[in-house]
Design a protein around this ligand. Sequence first.
Ligand SMILES: [Zn+2]
Length: 262
Amino acid sequence: MIAELIIIYIFIFIFGAVFGSFFNVCISRIPLKESLLTESHCPNCGKAIKYHNNIPIFSWLFLKGKCSDCGQPISITYFLVELITPLLFMFIFYVNGSRFSITFFSQIIFASFAIIIAFIDLKNQIIPDVLSIPLLFIGLIFGFLQNNINGLFESFIGGATGFLLFLIVSEFYSKVRKKEALGGGDIKIMAAIGAFSGWMGVLAITFLASVFALIILVMIKHDPEKHFPFGPFLVSASLFYLIGGRFLENLYMKFFDFIMTI
Ligand SMILES: [Zn+2]
């Protein structure tokens, strides 16, 4: 039983690393509207990357973060995405009781979009509609799969809350401060997040994301008048709420079980 579980975790890690490698392709190509299906090439010299130099995680380490052809450095974000993705996938499997439940699949898909969106927003200061709009519909579908019409309704209310809350804040801010605080991308991604988290989640995630942003901006001494991408904070707060929430719930249940035994 334990041996089987270890094999499943190793499988999820490999699966996650391969997906992470594909997410890197999405992160660099979606903002440029390039095809996702053509061969991988060096962002610098454009030479095709040989298959033995395209092994997730290891190739970047083996090549010491440089292209094997031109020797130009390859961003560490490639390595980070290939590492974060499998670790997050394994953690999601763990918090869902090491079972392939509907919630597991819903969180895997959400986390995948979250990783791609966070890195695109960091690099390009945009959240493409081709990511946020499908994610909204996926959230509604999972709402239905989890709890039929009631679940769909909850997802819809969550999405609407996210959309309206950010629309109002954005309108208010641009009227009062005469500049844009939240972009259209932030409003759409918050609607998608709401479809997964429900309306209470929207409030908690908005609060968490603001706290995260405040801490980071103070730490890096960012000029508060200058623009910064809010997307990475929103998606990390969502992951924290959705997946971390489940983790705390499990911990609480285990603690409760423990209390009952003594
Ligand atoms: Zn190169």
